[in-house]
Ligand binder design. Structure first.
Ligand code: PNS
Length: 171
């Protein structure tokens, strides 16, 4: 196994549809641990996303510009290949509850098998955000519930615009 590289580059992969304050908390903490943190959005998503990859990248850029060592990217295909293309040695993932563990363990072990030199590092979600998911935020917002404090204000504004657009289209 090679020694620690002089610059530790980490990839934080996900769907981010949309980014929540739970994701943002992980980004902030990750930015203090790694020399560079790349937040990467999966492009070939099987779930039907609410926001396009470009919109999600814009939303991320709006909130990460306070962290000089954090950038935004997107990827197709295998995550380990994307990480290798960026010379990343760490994959960062958040764990909210024990229910996340099984899927995360499977992914981490598969990624380790595919590329053993890449280490998955898990961070526990902040307790204030451990119940938040993008899916629940969209559901609550779509049904008229209050989501302030769960997503950044810029994301809440985008959700409002998207909801009125969908209502106009009669979706
Ligand atoms: O935010 P999500 O939806 O939980 O993120 C899941 C993600 C994007 C990390 C995962 O689906 C992924 O890495 N997909 C890329 C395809 C891949 O490499 N699959 C094999 C490794 S399990």
């Amino acid at each position: 196994m090679p020694h620690k590289p002089p610059n530790v580059i980490a990839i934080y992969p996900g769907s981010f549809d949309p980014i929540t304050n739970g994701h943002l908390d992980l980004i902030e903490r990750g930015s203090r641990l790694f020399d560079r943190l790349i937040v990467s959005i999966l492009r070939n998503e099987s779930k039907r996303p609410l926001f396009s990859v470009e919109e999600r990248m814009e939303m991320l850029r709006e909130v990460i510009d306070v962290y000089p060592n954090v950038t935004v990217d997107s990827f197709d295909g295998l995550l380990v290949d994307h990480a290798a293309a960026h010379s990343a040695t760490v994959l960062l993932r958040g764990i909210r509850a024990i229910s996340d563990y099984e899927f995360e363990l499977q992914m981490a072990l598969m990624n380790r098998r595919l590329r053993p030199e890449l280490e998955t590092i898990f961070m526990m979600s902040h307790e204030a955000y451990s119940f938040i998911s993008s899916r629940l935020v969209k559901e609550v917002f779509g049904l008229g519930g209050n989501i302030s404090g769960l997503v950044p204000p810029s994301v809440e504004a985008r959700l409002e615009r998207r909801l009125s657009q969908l209502q106009l289209e009669g979706v």
